[in-house]
Design a protein around this ligand. Structure first.
Ligand code: AMP
Length: 183
């Protein structure tokens, strides 16, 4: 991904120490979302990843910050959008998965009946340990979709999350830090 876009994103992240728990350096994307030009560049770059995958026909976003990007990228690509939601928010029937993220455990669900035989681009804001996005990808596949690829705005490479997504094509618009040795 371009160094310029990486610098644009990096300049619009706010590092919040010890949020939501002690020891977590939270990457707040609010300044990025509030900057029209930067947001447009991010959406276009994620859409380009979808095009480079040979085309997708649905974009999935992880609740809640992934929704911003999924809806805009879906619009840019002329695709539909699907929400990977926190458990209990979607009406039944759903497919359900439990997973671990950087700061805790959670459960997520996707709707049954809209994913069968679709090629999906999965997007989220931050890849940390990769628990969330790998669980979301597994869930989309369990619901009948093919996950053509995954795109995130920021990857915290030192947490090694990328390794959990293989072999699915993965793109980060900004990579922070270095992967752990052996990852
Ligand atoms: P993980 O499952 O550990 O990759 O965590 C990724 C999910 O949790 C994403 O949906 C992010 O929105 C959120 N997240 C985890 N760690 C951070 C962080 N350090 N800064 C911002 N968001 C984070």
């Amino acid at each position: 991904m371009s160094d310029l876009l990486g610098r644009v994103i990096a300049a619009r992240l706010r590092d919040v120490p010890d949020f939501p728990q002690p020891g977590i350096l939270f990457k707040d994307i609010s300044p990025l979302l509030a900057d029209a030009d930067a947001l447009r560049a991010v959406v276009r770059a994620l859409a380009e990843h979808g095009r480079a995958l040979g085309g997708v026909d649905l974009v999935a976003g992880v609740e809640a910050r992934g929704f911003f990007f999924a809806a805009a990228v879906g619009y840019e690509l002329g695709c539909g959008v699907v929400a990977v939601r926190k458990a209990g928010k979607l009406p039944p029937p759903t497919v359900h998965a439990e997973y671990q993220l950087e700061y805790g455990a959670a459960a997520m669900e996707v709707p049954v009946g809209v994913l069968d035989d679709h090629r999906v681009l999965l997007v989220d804001d931050v890849l940390a340990t990769g628990g969330t996005v790998s669980a979301a990808a597994d869930l989309l596949e369990k619901a009948g979709a093919e996950v053509a690829g995954i795109g995130v705005v920021v990857e915290l490479a030192f947490l090694g999350g990328r390794a959990r997504l293989a072999p699915r094509p993965f793109e980060a618009l900004l990579t922070v830090g270095e992967p752990p040795t052996g990852a």
